[in-house]
Write a protein of this length. Structure first.
Length: 164
């Protein structure tokens, strides 16, 4: 189904999450540090990154890894796992466009459910983007063919621009 990188410095959590997602049909790549997660993301182009907030070498290495990936143009969904429910982490995560949180400890069904929902949402957004691209091309052809002066075509162009 999907290629997922799991990054956690706790070998037990890494093993459990890998097993759960592997049994759900996903191709799983493991990383135990933020740097390994960064390199694996760049090398394997995953469909999703599931990363722990607290990882070596620094206390917030998971967030630092996410910031680096986003700066490099990584646009795939990211789910952060954390036992720390502080408001500061939530605000930082929103700034870095993290798609979801999974609190630790987690229920195995909840974890799989979060992953499936985020993957589904990301696929749907991709479909909307493709639809907007197709509509934009049709709009451009309408303008080139002389139909671009009608109210309907002008309004359609404005709507397409707003949705992008």
């Amino acid at each position: 189904m999907a290629k997922i990188i799991i990054a956690d410095d706790d070998p037990d959590i890494l093993s459990i999450v890998s097993m759960l997602l592997g049994e759900s049909g996903h191709d799983v790549i493991e990383a135990s540090t933020g740097e390994q997660a960064l390199q694996a993301s760049l090398q394997h182009h995953p469909d999703l990154l599931l990363i722990d907030y607290h990882m070596p070498p620094g206390d917030s290495s998971g967030l630092v890894t996410i910031m680096k990936l986003r700066d490099m143009g990584f646009s795939q969904p990211i789910i952060m796992m954390t036992a720390d429910q502080s408001q500061q982490i939530a605000v930082q995560s929103l700034r870095e466009k993290i798609d979801d949180f999974i609190p630790k400890p987690f229920d195995s069904r909840d974890l799989v459910s979060h992953v499936e929902r985020v993957l589904s949402d990301h696929r749907e957004l991709g479909n909307v983007g493709q639809l907007l691209d197709a509509l934009s091309k049709l709009h451009d052809k309408a303008i080139e063919s002389g139909l671009g002066q009608t109210t309907e075509v002008i309004d359609a162009g404005k709507l397409i621009a707003r949705l992008r």
